[in-house]
Design a protein around this ligand. Structure first.
Ligand code: HEC
Length: 119
């Protein structure tokens, strides 16, 4: 008799767990949906095209359209010297002879991500 009671309690416990689990699953799906949307907006493909365009407009005059033919330091292997956020920092604040660049956070982020991949 005691055993049966234990079994029943156990079943009830599992059922309530499953019910809770179901609720959480729904929430997670919602969260995932939002995150996916955000990621899609920053899709790498669009970023690379945008980044190259921004670079040609903003940086190429000094660094060269091919990243290494300008008077300013070569950037064709810059990814092995600086991390993305360091490049972003240089864009926003300038460095030594380089004046700070007037780019939006989004554009600076895109260019920095693209350059950080140049190794
Ligand atoms: C007005 C010319 C000019 C423009 C425009 C310019 N840079 Fe520079 N950049 C320089 C010069 C000059 C240096 C070298 C600075 C120093 O160390 O004295 C430099 C350095 C850098 C460095 C560090 C290089 C190293 O090896 O330490 C990075 C990264 C960089 N620039 C990225 C960019 C990006 C990205 C853009 C466009 C958003 C840009 N620069 C636009 C002139 C420029």
């Amino acid at each position: 008799m005691k055993r049966m009671l234990y079994g029943v309690i156990c079943c009830l416990f599992l059922v309530s767990l499953a019910a809770c689990g179901g609720g959480t699953d729904k929430d997670t799906t919602k969260d995932k949906g939002t995150t996916t949307n955000k990621t899609e907006k920053n899709a790498p493909a669009t970023n690379t095209a945008d980044a190259e365009k921004t670079f040609k407009q903003t940086c190429a005059a000094c660094h060269g359209a091919d990243l290494k033919s300008g008077y300013a330091p070569d950037l064709d292997k810059i990814g092995s010297k600086y991390k993305k956020n360091e490049i972003e920092d240089i864009i926003h604040n300038g460095q030594g002879q380089m004046p700070k660049q007037n780019l939006s956070d989004k554009d600076a982020n895109a260019v920095a991500t693209w350059l950080a991949g140049k190794k």
